[in-house]
Design a protein around this ligand. Structure first.
Ligand code: SF4
Length: 125
């Protein structure tokens, strides 16, 4: 299973000279270009019992890192496809990814409905 690129959840298991991103799945080529490979600040995952104001501030800081990351699109799609339930990935928080996924599901349903209507019209024609 692909490990988070920046998982502060994994920091304790990672030697100090290595960033948490080193735990990434080496099969994913985009990992090597991730800006968050050394997340010493622990920006991407919430510590336990994090106050809301601190969470919002941390997430904004993580998003600023993502904004300058050359693999943001790949990272975001990975997090949406898994789906990754925690942390900031590809510039999106977990809550924001849930919104994107809900929109995609609605869009897919609309496309299926449109395809059924088109098929009925074609069959009747
Ligand atoms: S987009 Fe953000 S979370 Fe994803 S690899 Fe880049 S810096 Fe890390």
């Amino acid at each position: 299973m692909l490990q988070p690129p920046h998982s502060s959840l994994q920091v304790a298991a990672v030697p100090a000279q290595r960033g948490p991103a080193r735990d990434r799945d080496q099969d994913a080529p985009w990992h090597t270009e991730a800006v968050c490979r050394r997340d010493e600040a622990g920006l991407f995952f919430a510590p336990s019992k994090e106050p809301t104001a601190a969470r919002l501030s941390r997430e904004e800081a993580a998003k600023r890192v993502c904004a300058r990351c050359p693999v943001m699109v790949e990272c975001r799609e990975h997090a949406l496809l898994q789906p990754e339930p925690y942390g900031v990935w590809g510039g999106l928080t977990a809550a924001e990814r849930r919104v994107v996924l809900a929109r995609r599901r609605r869009r897919d349903l609309e496309l299926k409905k449109a395809a059924r209507v088109t098929n009925r019209i074609a069959a009747a024609g």
